[in-house]
Design a protein around this ligand. Structure first.
Ligand code: CFM
Length: 543
């Protein structure tokens, strides 16, 4: 099938929905949307952040995964202790490509360890608080960490162990910061709830504890960057060369002290809007630090983000340095893009990942001439699809009400009016947006298909009907996608490739995608059921 005959738009949508029983098709319909911008640039509404129908093979993870794995996972010197059966720990241990670089061999790094209370039947029946207390003590005695985080798994919530009471008690006893997370896997509808729970607790128990800002003229905190495949290392180097001082990252390659001082930056830049936008809002409210959205995935977006950051600080020397770095890097990026572009132009990509990458990575594909024909998030909310302007119209349901909304007030002592009305007005005159995110859909072409919380069946049909040149997803999808003869690029772990952030990362990505979409390997594989000489199994039945 050539791409000209590929179904698209409403035709494609209907073909996918036709695969469901009528009742389910009706339920799924608002989650599958054909993109189309009206004259004002408004996109259609998507149903998002709703429960997956039981039995459907969703890509989603759980609340505990979002809290323990995503937000706290990339931090090296907090002992992350899982209160639950051992399986929950095993699957959260080294299953993501969290990397970190302690300054010396002597510095704490617990990332390679797996801490668990290893709950047994007996603890489920009679309660696990005693075991948890003992585990916190044991971790302290062995490692003397600066902080211990306790993560609740499903059974903890079901039996009612009070992890917060144990945390308070042990904090007092040990004299270090101990905090708990009620991030039971079943809370909310996906890992998105876990991000919120993790960030609320960090805001309550950690951020703001250390007022000592590092030296530097242009201090920023990066929110929502998680150092997958070494992305943070590339960005740390890039920001330093440009002249910015990175006060903290939440949470790629970070330490507890970075969290404690995160509020001392003069500007917060937000990478992954989904996982952390509420922290940006809360820091602004309490400490006065303004924020805007950036994107360091894609060379053009990286350059645009750096320029916006320089413009915020309004310093000619900084702006000149940023321009110089961009100019130096773009020469290399453009050469790499020019090399692969003739081979990649016109090829098609589909991206179904998490809550921000399905948007960000479209820029990288566009830079080598590729088209995104369908995309969607696992667990993002409507604002990530349609832009933050829809925030007031998002309905709160029982599942979102489940997650605590913190009441935040100005800190009378530490609030800094960093964004004066005068500065805001000056920047507004050059169309400078704060507190905004345009979302994924306004950037996508009309007639492309947006699918929220995609499942195995939708995936199979999309592959059969459209035969994209590359499909981006995760390890759970990878091999079933490749059985269709379509290469699958993992965007959660990068297939152990990367980094893909910043200019250096863009070059890596172009080259890897070129290899993936232009390899002839798929044409050598013929599925046995399609060949005339299919191997047949013969068997005789013996009594
Ligand atoms: Fe944000 Fe993430 Fe993502 Fe996410 Fe994730 Fe991730 Fe992701 Mo996997 S915080 S929403 S919960 S960018 S783990 S580092 S890659 S699904 S698109």
């Amino acid at each position: 099938m050539t791409h000209n005959e590929t179904p698209k738009g409403e035709g494609l949508r209907e073909k996918i929905l036709a695969g469901y029983p009528a009742k389910l098709a009706k339920k799924r319909a608002p989650q599958l949307v054909v993109n189309k911008k009206d004259a004002e640039g408004n996109v259609p509404s998507v149903k998002a952040n709703v429960r997956t129908t039981p039995g459907i093979i969703s890509q989603r993870g759980c609340c505990y995964a979002g809290c323990k794995g995503v937000v706290l996972g990339p931090t090296r010197d907090i002992v992350n202790l899982v209160h639950g059966p051992i399986g929950c720990s095993f699957y959260a241990w080294l299953t993501r490509r969290n990397q970190t670089r302690p300054p010396t061999d002597k510095d704490a790094n617990y990332m390679t360890y797996c801490f668990s209370t290893d709950m047994q039947d007996e603890n489920i029946v009679f309660g696990g608080e005693k075991k948890l207390r003992a585990a916190v003590q044991e971790a302290f005695d062995l490692f003397h960490p600066k902080a211990i985080g306790i993560f609740s798994t499903c059974p903890v919530g079901l039996i009612g162990d009070d992890v917060h009471a144990v945390a308070r008690e042990m904090k007092e006893k040990l004299g270090i910061n101990v905090f708990g997370f009620s991030c039971e896997g079943y809370k909310g509808v996906s890992q998105s709830a876990g991000h919120h729970i993790a960030n609320n607790q960090l805001f309550k128990h950690v951020i703001g504890l250390d007022d000592r800002a590092p030296e530097g003229k242009f201090k920023i905190t990066m929110l929502g960057e998680y150092n997958i495949g070494g992305d943070a290392f590339v960005l740390e180097d890039l920001l330093e060369r440009c002249g910015f001082t990175l006060v903290a990252t939440l949470s790629g390659n970070s330490t507890i002290n970075q969290f404690e001082r995160a509020h001392t930056a003069d500007l917060n830049v937000v990478m992954c809007h989904r996982s952390i936008n509420y922290v940006a809002d809360m820091i602004e409210k309490k400490y006065g630090v303004p924020w805007f959205k950036v994107n360091f995935i894609g060379a053009k977006s990286t350059a645009k983000s750096l320029r916006k950051m320089a413009a915020f600080f309004d310093d000619p020397e900084l702006a000149a340095r940023v321009e110089q770095v961009i100019a130096e890097e773009l020469v290399k990026v453009e050469a790499a893009a020019a090399e692969v572009k003739p081979r990649c132009t016109g090829k098609t990509a589909m991206l179904f990942v998490g809550g921000s990458r399905a948007h960000h990575y479209q820029d990288l594909f566009a830079e080598i001439g590729m088209k995104t024909i369908a995309a969607g998030y696992e667990f993002a909310h409507r604002d990530d699809y349609e832009g933050r302007k829809v925030l007031p119209t998002i309905t709160v349901d029982a599942d979102s009400r489940n997650i605590e909304e913190l009441e935040v007030e100005k800190d009378p002592r530490r609030y800094r009016a960093l964004l004066t009305d005068e500065k805001r007005a000056k920047l507004a005159s050059v169309n400078f947006e704060f507190n905004d995110y345009q979302g994924m859909m306004p950037q996508m072409d009309d007639e492309t298909l947006v699918v929220d919380d995609i499942n195995e069946q939708d995936t199979q049909r999309l592959l059969e009907l459209c035969k994209p040149d590359v499909f981006c997803a995760g390890i759970k999808e990878k091999y079933s996608v490749q059985k269709h003869g379509v290469p699958c690029k993992q965007l959660h772990s990068y297939d152990y490739g990367g980094p893909y952030a910043g200019f250096k990362g863009a070059i890596n990505f172009y080259r890897e995608i070129d290899r993936l979409v232009n390899t002839r390997i798929w044409s050598f594989i013929e599925p046995p059921w399609e060949t005339a000489a299919s191997p047949t199994l013969e068997a005789t039945y013996e009594r």
